[in-house]
Design a protein around this ligand. Structure first.
Ligand code: ZN
Length: 260
């Protein structure tokens, strides 16, 4: 079998961590470093100081080779499941408001990390739209103007990204909270069988909201370390750059039936 990834790797895996949580600094990063693995940390640039202090907490991780990604300023989400009448969700936002928010966020991240050449973005709550019904619109095109790549969620049972067809500005990811080590390793091997790219989304590690248990997380990292010869674990931006630069010889005359 011919593999699509460099160095005969069977798959790519990215480990992402949302919301700049303490357990990322205290637990996830030391464990990743212990296995010589690098993750992607999506932080919000919130606060009176334009989020500067919150971003600077992650500078040592950045200098150790981890990726810092943009998770907006105010973390606007859908309010479709919120049981109060306040009109504060993306359903009531406009594309102009989202664009202003992301332009400002981009400036804040760049002022703290001027060395970063390419930025990745992470959609708060995996939501990629504004408005309701007839007025619902995707904000993916705005993200595509501002960022090199972006991680969303997964709308289907298979969230593995195809190296040929993935939308680099709306990448699928797997929600990993409360998954066991066996499940997580199973997803790694499923990705290898298909030759794709899986992005794992974590929040709390061993504590906090939407947690993965520390022993399960440790077992996943030990596994990824052990299989590094055949599975490429890398920050989102590095895999996105790899795919962006790849000149696939796609046969555009062949139209395949939809597998679903
Ligand atoms: Zn978030």
């Amino acid at each position: 079998m011919e593999f699509l990834w460099d160095d005969d790797k069977q798959a790519a895996i990215s480990l992402t961590f949302d919301d700049g949580m303490n357990s990322h600094l205290d637990t996830a990063i030391p464990l990743l470093d212990g296995h010589d693995l690098r993750g992607t940390f999506y932080i919000t640039a919130r606060g009176e100081d334009d989020g500067q202090k919150g971003l600077e907490r992650f500078r040592p991780a950045f200098e150790a080779g981890h990726e810092i990604g943009n998770h907006s300023i105010h973390h606007w989400c859908s309010c479709a499941g919120v049981m109060n009448p306040d009109q504060r969700g993306l359903e009531y936002r406009t594309l102009e408001e989202v664009e202003a928010e992301l332009v400002d966020a981009d400036k804040r991240f760049k002022s703290v990390f001027p060395e970063v050449a390419h930025w990745s973005f992470c959609y708060p709550c995996y939501n990629t739209f504004v408005g309701k019904g007839k007025h619902r619109k995707s904000y993916v095109p705005i993200v595509a103007e501002l960022f090199f790549t972006a991680r969303a969620g997964g709308e289907m049972s298979n969230s593995i990204n195809s190296p040929y067809h993935a939308d680099l500005h709306c990448l699928n990811s797997w929600k990993c909270e409360r998954r066991s080590a066996a499940e997580l390793i199973g997803l790694v091997e499923r990705t290898a069988t298909q030759g794709g790219w899986s992005i794992f989304t974590f929040h709390g590690v061993g504590e906090g909201h939407l947690p993965v248990a520390r022993p399960d997380f440790q077992e996943l990292l030990a596994y990824l370390d052990a299989v590094r010869d055949r599975i490429w674990t890398a920050p989102v931006i590095e895999v996105a750059e790899y795919l962006h630069n790849k000149d696939w010889q796609l046969n555009k005359s062949v139209i395949l039936p939809n597998p679903l």
